[in-house]
Design a protein. Sequence first.
Length: 216
Amino acid sequence: MKTNNNRTIVILSTLVGLLPVILSLALYNDLPERIVVQWNYAGEPSNILPKAIAAFGLPFFLAAANLLLQLRLYKDPKRDHASTAMRRLVPWLIPFISLVLMPITLFMAMGAQIPVSIITSVILGGIFILFGNYLPKNRRNYVIGIRLPWTLNDADNWNKTHRLAGIIWILGGVAVIAGSFFFLRSLRWFVALLCVLSVMLLAPFLYSYWLYKRAS
């Protein structure tokens, strides 16, 4: 029964992630020959693709990434150690991104004025807050969490590291959302974002290593 449920989630999430293909078909003749798919911190185009690749290739690329992620999740022998909420959220993360960002990309290609920097920052910050909320509830597994040799080998190290990471990720998510409104399209915003991401990644790593060395 559980295998069937997993297969159903894989199929449904993949189909949801491919829904933007319908919009691409409807708008295809009105799209420009080249479409901007990435913007820099100032909101200027930084990556442009032919419309066929942007309209159809990107949704299928995201669908493939979703399938690979779920394959790793379901092949993890300790997948049941991840919190129930995380196991339910992760399969829908990439489809959600596809469902939100693909229409934005297509409508902006047609001239719509959309604050893409704010939207992407809110999505990114929201993901950080969600993950930060549920990270402390994760037990050791090989897919979701801070997977370092000393966290995977020591339950106490894993638990303490993820409790700290949860707090830092929630604060980081709030900072990303708030910063996008105060420093939108400025070099200061880009630098601030890099600083926030660095703290989110390095602080749990250094803390877990310190715990490991102290216990040695």
